[in-house]
Ligand binder design. Structure first.
Ligand SMILES: [Zn+2]
Length: 148
């Protein structure tokens, strides 16, 4: 598997454990080139979750895309990527727990924001500004104020 940090073509598994009542294998990997550590999860292939966008087009829920967005939002904020993986897991589990296979992008964004707020305040603002596509500066200020 490629290193998400330096794109080195190989990474090694340094820890592997079975979680989620045997349904998931969690692996810690390390890049021998740059030393970057990250987590991967191996699961049964499930029915994909479909995200309905504002223009009513649909696309499969993309963990990697969401992770990229979260990594951008948490840049230089000292948030471990494993915490972001956990956040995405939580969202996926919540959606699946309700037996849903579709979610609209606004609801998904809200789920991300609700969790990101507990992770990092600035990351929350950064993500909100992109994801919610604030219509006015007032709306944006309102979101900042709500953070207390
Ligand atoms: Zn690397």
């Amino acid at each position: 598997m490629f290193c998400p940090s330096c794109n080195n073509a190989d990474t090694k598994v340094i820890d592997s454990r079975v979680i989620d009542e045997g349904k998931t294998v969690r692996r810690r990997r390390e890049c021998p080139k740059c030393g970057y550590r990250f987590t991967t999860y191996e699961r049964f292939a499930e029915r994909p979750i479909i995200v309905i966008k504002r223009d009513n087009s649909a696309e499969p829920f993309d963990r990697k895309k969401l992770l990229r967005g979260l990594l951008t939002a948490t840049a230089k904020r000292d948030v471990p990527p494993s915490k972001l993986e956990d956040l995405i897991d939580g969202i996926e589990n919540d959606i699946r727990a309700e037996n849903k296979t579709e979610i609209d992008s606004t609801a998904l964004g809200d789920m991300v924001l609700a969790r990101l707020r507990d992770v990092d305040d600035l990351a929350y603002i950064r993500f909100a500004s992109v994801y919610r596509d604030f219509k006015s500066i007032e709306e944006f200020s309102e979101a900042i104020k709500k953070m207390g």
